[in-house]
Design a protein around this ligand. Structure first.
Ligand code: PLP
Length: 372
């Protein structure tokens, strides 16, 4: 290990989380969201696991390079690029790599159809409808006409989908019901106009956990397969296990006297003589500077607070006056050590964000491992 800061992806836990999704949604299809490098867990190892063990039927990405990385790694599962088709280069790359594109309006439909004709490819698309997220998608009342336009342009309309805006919190239930109703109406109009669509899909993790009425033909879990609930308030109807641990080692150990300060800006002052341990990890690794003077790490099963500001490449912690820490000792940033555990949710709450961002932030320079 040339660089001792290591993110370990727990493939066995991800497997069990996906098995939990399958158990919950029965015979519906499952699309596993592996965008953003599998929420920081490694899109290729996670997708290989999924394909090898049949844990999902589809993979979902946000960008074409993400899809191509999976194809280049030999992944053959159907891939849906969840964001809309954008530009001829991307569309041609998608057709070549057999990646299903999302269309949202007349121009995207015509552009994909033209590229498919030029290259003599069969192109399948999914039509995205905006039922209330107000991000991307067709207005529900235009959905049937756009579905017909796909058919007339020679595209295979493999799916119709939308996305829920507040399915993660009980306070959003009325709006979620409204979105489900709009989606139901739009898909009924499409099917009345041109016959059945194979995959109608609406639910992400929060929908899987809390809204069976949103499951339709396929569900699209992301965060839950990596072991976090979308929100602390989301119903915990599937037991989840953490998908990632993050560790480093002690790189420098010293005694700091009462009254001395630690780090940039001198924001932390020793109240007593204590052991300050330096870690070779910082915000350049994705260990957020927002954790300065707030976060904690685990050493030898003990919780130790961060002392001062997180630097780009290093972080100091207060191991206490009686610490017995040596250079090279293992330090846990995220995960379990003895009876103590630091979760992505804990870090997220300290940073004022959500677990999604905590694991996405783990940077490219961090060493990578996977275990079962
Ligand atoms: C990322 C994404 C998902 C997965 O969302 P989670 O909240 O992580 O489960 C599902 N659908 C779409 C369209 C997405 O972009």
């Amino acid at each position: 290990m040339i660089y001792p800061t290591v993110a370990t992806t727990h493939l066995g836990n991800i497997r069990r989380n996906l098995e939990g999704v399958r158990r919950r949604v029965g015979d519906r299809a499952v699309l596993a969201a592996v965008k953003a490098n599998g929420y920081g867990h490694g899109a290729v190892p996670v997708s290989r696991l999924i394909e090898r063990e049949g844990l999902a039927d589809w993979l979902g990405v946000a960008t074409m390079p993400e899809a191509l990385e999976l194809r280049q790694a030999g992944i053959g599962l159907p891939i849906l690029k969840l964001s809309q088709a954008l530009g001829d280069e991307e569309i041609e790359a998608a057709l070549r790599a057999d990646v299903t594109l999302t269309v949202v309006d007349g121009p995207t439909i015509d552009q994909v159809a033209a590229a498919a004709r030029r290259r003599r490819y069969e192109a399948a698309v999914h039509l995205k409808i905006d039922t209330g997220m107000r991000r991307i998608g067709a207005e529900p009342e235009d959905a049937a006409a756009l579905a017909l336009r796909c058919d007339e342009a020679g595209l295979t309309l493999g799916g119709v989908f939308s996305h829920l805006a507040v399915s993660d919190v009980p306070a959003g239930n009325d709006f979620t019901a409204e979105q489900v109703a709009r989606f139901t109406r739009a898909t009924e109009e499409i099917e009345a106009a041109r016959g059945p669509v194979e995959l109608r899909h609406l639910a992400a993790s929060a929908g899987v956990l809390a809204h069976p009425e949103a499951w339709f033909d396929m569900v699209r879990p992301g965060i839950m397969i990596y072991g976090s609930y979308p929100d602390a308030q989301t119903e915990k109807t599937v037991r989840l296990r953490p998908g990632l641990s993050w560790t480093t080692v002690a790189s420098f150990v010293k005694t700091v006297r009462a009254g001395e300060t630690v780090g940039y800006g001198r924001t932390w002052t020793a109240e007593r003589d204590t052991t300050i341990v330096t870690l070779p990890v910082g915000y350049g690794d994705g260990y957020s500077r927002l954790l300065s003077n707030r976060g904690r790490v685990l050493i030898g099963g003990r919780s130790c607070p961060i002392a001062g500001r997180v630097c780009m490449d290093q972080t100091m912690i207060d191991a206490g006056p009686d610490a017995d820490v040596r250079v090279g000792d293992r330090v846990t940033l995220l995960g379990r050590d003895g009876d103590e555990e630091i979760t992505a949710l804990e870090l997220a709450e300290l940073m004022g964000t959500i677990p999604y961002e905590v694991t996405c932030l783990v940077a490219g320079r961090v060493s990578r491992r996977a275990d079962d």
